[in-house]
Design a protein around this ligand. Structure first.
Ligand SMILES: [Zn+2]
Length: 82
């Protein structure tokens, strides 16, 4: 099972939940900083990190894209009464 990234409330420090294999990153963390935090946590778990990005202990690249539903707002359908 791969490592998972979850965005936690801003007052929660970056942590690794070993039971759930979840890395918690405070919400609002800049993407570049998120990568740094994830790399740091994985490095502490003895997972060698590449020059760019972050990789899981299985070697797969970690998907650090935040799931933000707002990105679908541009698909709003405008309906005018006929
Ligand atoms: Zn993995």
């Amino acid at each position: 099972m791969c490592v998972l990234i979850r965005f936690a409330p801003p007052d929660v420090p970056p942590t690794f939940d070993a039971d759930r294999r979840v890395i918690k990153i405070p919400q609002g963390t800049a993407p570049a900083h998120t990568v740094t935090l994830v790399r740091a946590i994985l490095s502490e778990l003895a997972v060698i990190q590449p020059e760019l990005g972050a990789v899981c202990w299985c070697g797969a690249e970690v998907d650090l894209t935040p799931r933000i539903p707002n990105q679908r707002r541009s698909e709003q359908v405008v309906t005018h009464g006929a």
